[in-house]
Design a protein around this ligand. Sequence first.
Ligand code: ADP
Ligand code: MG
Ligand code: MG
Length: 956
Amino acid sequence: MGKHDKKKGAKSSKGGKSKGAPAPKQMVFRFGKRTDGDGTQKALLGGKGANLAAMARMGLPVPPGFTISTEVCTWYYDNGRRFPDKLAKQVKDGLRSIEKEVGRKFGDRRDPLLVSVRSGARDSMPGMMDTILNLGLNDVTVEALKRATSNGRFAWDCYRRFVQMYGDVVMGVQKKHEHDHEPFEEVMDGLKREMGVTEDTQLSEEHLKELVRRFKDLVKRWTGKQFPDDPMTQLHGAIAAVFGSWNNDRAIVYRNKYKIPHEWGTAVNVQAMVYGNMGDDCATGVAFTRDPASGENVFYGEYLVNAQGEDVVAGVRTPLPVAQMARDKVLSKSFGQLEKVRKTLEKRFGDVQDFEFTIERKKLWMLQTRNGKRTALAYVRIAHDMVKEGLMTPEHAMKSADPEAMNQLLQPVFDRTGYEAARKAGRIMTKGLPAGPGAACGEIAFSASRAEALARQGKHVVLVRIETSPEDLRGMIAADGILTTRGGVSSHAALVARQMGKVCVAGAGEISIDYHAGTMACGGRTLREGDFLSINGTTGEVIEGQLGTADSELKQVLVAGTMKPSDSRVFRDFDFVMKLADRYRRLGVRTNADTPEQVRQAVAFGAEGIGLCRTEHMFFEGDRIDAMREMILARDTDGRKRALAKLLPYQRSDFEGIFRALEGRPACIRLLDPPLHEFLPHTKEQQAELGHKIRVPAEEIERRVHELHEFNPMLGFRGCRLGVVFPEITEMQVRAIFEAAAAVEASGIRTKPEVMVPLVGFRRELDLQAELVHRVAAEVMDATGQRFEYQVGTMIELPRAAIAAGQIAETAQFFSFGTNDLTQTALGMSRDDSGSFLPRYQELEIAKDNPFASIDVGGVGELVDMACRRGRETRPDIKLGICGEHGGDPSSIKFFEKVGLAYVSCSPFRVPVARLAAAKSAVELGTVPKVGRKADKPAKAAKPAKGKKARGGARR
Ligand code: ADP
Ligand code: MG
Ligand code: MG
């Protein structure tokens, strides 16, 4: 990874700036006995080149070579694909220095030096140019190589590989259509057929000579050009091909996908060849210093005896596990060398290394090393072990984290063998969007009530719906997994699944559901309610029938309590990483939670309070919805007040539960927000049923439902507009909050309610609501004789609120950015309707990311930044937080760290993701607090990072 880029190169020109600029002075950097560059110069030398230099400096056996810098690549493109005049001379000097070190000459007729030409960008980039090996061979030098090694077959094998690679990569002899055969392979297969052999290794020296001849003919036919014999011409052709490959389609696609800047450019490495294909005392291989899947501290890798280059990965022969080399009679000594190298590399690079090597006549040569990619499981284990072993700095453990991947550790998993069997049996029905990672298996239920009923019988359930709505919530809670056939990753089902940590596959459009018949059909198969179904929310797969699952160990320890911490290795590693994150992060992490259960889970995962409690979810439970509906349908204030009085005790006891579960942590509670219409029954039967219960004629209900219908509910009668027009609703809610606070405080538990008024655009809206809140608070304190701390603030979720933030802060004690609505209103884009055009927008790079998943820094981000500044101007100690979905998104979290928010809030199961992302951002931005967060004093193992700025120092 492109971490330390202290020296040159980072400033390399952006598209066209070096046009007409002089070429860089030093373009060629040697490595070997004399090494010009070092490991910090990834920007200049590329990842491969910088690490070759680093290894050479460490005294590891690296075949000598040189790197042509990325600056030459940028210059080349800025100057109409022309090389700087002085490059040829510097390349020649570079070659001279290799020749001196190995004692062979390039193009020599007795003992020729051969080189490899390798591309190497800052980050490794599959899809770039393939490496060319054995460059420098021609009809004369091949015979010299044969004499020098007394091995004709070897020499000619090198030659045919070279002509093949060079013909393909540099001269463009490649298949034209996907279904064509590789032209060189076709020629080789033809020869094998003629000679009656099946394996490459059965080809004799004579066969190989014939093959080279045919390869060259192929090149001539294909390109109209002669294969170049002059080694220097070959070398310059290869260098130009590497630079050219920076802009081939594969490379561009890859850079777009992984957001690698196009102006970085690639370096070229030219390196003396070492041969793993000279006999049985030779080999080539790739290895990891630890197991990248489990993180276990074992040597992990593969090698092939008597092979060259890509043979290991190409799957021509099956490689052997590296540990087996210890038992190889000829190569066991080399294994000893490798073991030593393994330790040395980890010590020097402070992380697990993924490296490539070749053994030539029992001598080990190192050809590459880089930080190894790993699973989440391996990440926590390696971070734990290597930090404790003193090999990895805690800063690196944070910086190299992939916070998003923490989710992998929380998800139940399908039993592997069962899955394979199901796949083989053709039981995989279709694929939807992987909306909530993990594995779930259970009986199909097509309605929420059915799901609940089955769950009550102790059964596992998969709730299958066309789409879900708040009414389905109880069924969703009861189900092990949720499958919908409509809606995207930000649909209701997906949102709830994330908040609850539920397995969910959304929008599996190939499935058609017939609620009446109680069936779901897909690809000719029909399943009924009660049949078994398995869904994989990590892959989106929907599988017919039963598959065994297991709860993740982390949940067993932290949530279910069915496992002791000491029994779980994953837990120990995870816990270590999380505690480390807590020392390095500046941002607080809260949770979005509506029930005591969610609070307890979130706290177990490290949440420091509630950032968003949505009160409306509470109205769907049990009979409460009836009172709620009665309130909505009431004709006048008195009627509303009567219905609200029924709701008050419910809300009060809910808040009590939440305050108790919080044990003194703050709770930001949002007043009623959604349009009332959402709470009403929509079918005739439901309306009749309700009418019967609350003794109102069904027609009357139908009429009210009709009246309340809005053309654009998102912009309609909702948010604080409800409380402004019907203050009695707000009054009931805050009374419930404060009475609950008083009761809980009386029992000795601290409470910190923060009353949040939604959808404010005008200061006066907030003033009216705040007045009411303060009055009720005073009344409750008077009536109960109990004092409690509380705050009143607002959500900033309308552009007008961001603009008027300075005025709003006169009244608001805190802001919480509701970035979901703020994104919708700032972009004038409805999240639920964006599916039809947003993907195309992303392809066209109008919007790089989905703005509902990752904050739109240039637009919405500017509004957030502006509101922060204006808010602070009025009220320097204003508390700033974020409670939108973006609060759990690592790249958004980095932005929130930059603007200096006090906390982010996310769903309970994303809390670990947010903790780690916050720490990573602080380390990257240099905003690690001087003293660790709260009581957690930094242990001596971990020195806090450079920490130029203290707590809150990230403010602009
Ligand atoms: P990639 O970036 O695709 O990994 P490399 O440049 O690392 O490509 O080259 C691929 C393989 O070619 C290496 O793993 C090594 O086995 C072989 N190779 C490259 N340079 C040399 C060399 N100088 N001597 C021997 N083998 C080499
Ligand atoms: Mg490689
Ligand atoms: Mg909102």
